[in-house]
Design a protein around this ligand. Structure first.
Ligand code: FES
Length: 192
């Protein structure tokens, strides 16, 4: 009996480091694959400094964002200072140096939306998601952003989830909106 207990204990502990290692290896494989892909793109556009923005766009498509090591890699391959690459990345709002969530929630803070309570919508989202504007939840699901007037003022206040506009948003319904996204996520996971 004592022997059995020992066996169970050992077996339940052993697989954990192995699972972690495999997880790490898969991540490393993915990373290597991404850098190889980026390298090929840089090579195909090599010799033309004017291609930096195009290369950064492609890199962001591949990695989802532009962390320091990706910027350093591009700088080295193009033989330009990292500061030059970083200057371009931080200048253009289309580039992001932080990972984005699966659901990007954009609250319109234009005048009409602001008058109709956009700030309350934003505050409700910050409170529910426990993040600030520009941040992503630790589970990688939500990124919170604000935007200027998107031309749907008649529906103020509005927000967009991954570009899909929702009008006349009630701050009291924010919890429901987040719950629906999470529910969709669960259903998605169950399919796999
Ligand atoms: S101000 Fe929000 S859509 Fe115009």
């Amino acid at each position: 009996m004592e022997q059995n207990e020992k066996t169970v204990k050992t077996e339940s502990i052993k697989p954990i480091p192995a699972v972690e290692r495999i997880g790490r290896e898969l991540q490393d494989d993915e990373r290597d694959k991404n850098f190889n892909e980026l390298n090929l793109i840089i090579e195909s556009l090599a010799g033309d400094k004017g291609q930096l923005i195009r290369i950064l766009q492609k890199a962001q498509d591949i990695f989802g964002y532009l962390p320091d090591d990706v910027q350093a890699f591009i700088a080295e391959r193009l033989r330009v200072p990292v500061a030059e690459v970083n200057g371009v990345v931080t200048f253009y709002s289309l580039f992001s140096t932080r990972p984005k969530g699966k659901y990007i929630i954009n609250v319109c803070m234009g005048t009409a939306c602001y008058v109709k309570g956009a700030q309350q919508v934003m505050d409700a989202l910050k409170k529910r998601l426990k993040i600030d504007e520009g941040e992503t939840t630790p589970d990688g699901l939500f990124t919170l952003k604000s935007t200027r007037c998107v031309g749907a003022c008649g529906l103020a206040p509005i927000l967009a989830v991954n570009g899909k506009v929702q009008g006349m948003v009630d701050p009291g319904k924010i919890q429901e909106l987040i719950k629906n996204c999470r529910k969709g996520e669960k259903n998605e996971n169950q399919k796999h």
